[in-house]
Design a protein around this ligand. Sequence first.
Ligand SMILES: [Zn+2]
Length: 209
Amino acid sequence: MLDDKAIKEFQELFKRKYGKEYSLNAAAEAFNNLIRFVRVLQDIAREDRRRQLKLQDHPEGFYLDDLKYNCGICYATVSGERGWYDKYGISCIACRDARRKKIIPVAAYKHKDSWYAMWEFNHYWNVKPATVRRFVRSGKLKARIVPGSNFHIFMIKDNKGFLPQKPKSHLVRTSDSSVQVNYEKVKSPFVELSRFNNRPTSDKITEGC
Ligand SMILES: [Zn+2]
């Protein structure tokens, strides 16, 4: 457990660095949260090291253990034989098989900025999946679809001239000293495509999938 001296030092350090004074209780809580966070990072690093060592004996990869993980592509929660670990990291079985069939390129694992997921069009430009699917059906947008999960990957290189590079993010400190992620403004590619299609794109579009 933490002693008062360590918490008081943390309290002083925070005041010097950020000009904000914590009560002893608030400092203790913040300190405890920080310690928990560091322990989680240590656990993750230890797990990763263990998997790297196992990979030396099983270079093709292996099924996960019974803990819960997230697929590095579709973020589905996986464990046991629903998940796979190899030199590309953690995959659900559907994404692993799609990579083996070259539906998902290796670049999608190595460079997360080389592709968009469906949810990101909504995140960056407020364009809903129904609208995106319409562009896919019309051939304006090329998607790679993972068999079995129907997860859509939109490679930038497959959609040159349409999809821009992904908006860059940076952290900013807000007035209450918390931190948030801001994204650079990048013009929605769907606006130009919509004009071409002579139809609007927004969350007001309610057509089915
Ligand atoms: Zn997956």
